[in-house]
Ligand binder design. Sequence first.
Ligand SMILES: [Zn+2]
Length: 181
Amino acid sequence: MLSKIPWTIPLLLVAAVTAGCGAATRQESTDPARLSAGLVAPKNVPGDPTDRQQATIRRLDPALLDALTSATADARADGVTLIVNSGWRSRAHQQRLFEEAVRTYGSEGEARRYVSTPDASAHVTGDALDIGPTEAAEWLSRHGSAYGLCQVFANEIWHYELATTRGGECPEMLPDSSYRG
Ligand SMILES: [Zn+2]
């Protein structure tokens, strides 16, 4: 670690000079010097909406992925980073999540308020996004309808689906996911 300090300090100084008053645009890059200088966003961040290597992103419905891509760029311009904590899920993964919820909440009926079965889950068909962190979910609650993205369950501020047209009006939320069946 100590051996890295002589390299890091000059890089930071270069960054301070080239970034001016923080006007440098963050861009995707794998260039280590630019990464360590904080000038670019690192790749391979879990849930990075632009990283199609990740199945949770790549296997989303194409129209939902388009909406997410637009929203991600506009949020970034506002200084907000959208992260997909969970997008597409396999049926097996959803089944495990549901079984965990049944253990946690004590019954299937109660568990369905928080986690859908594989047959009911929009994540399994690639039609849902769980967005974090909180400030990103809040950004999407204000701006999501511009992309057709809507919060659909009142008790899940992080869960978004393509539920209207771009610029349309989001439907009234369901109280929780058990109302979908
Ligand atoms: Zn969700």
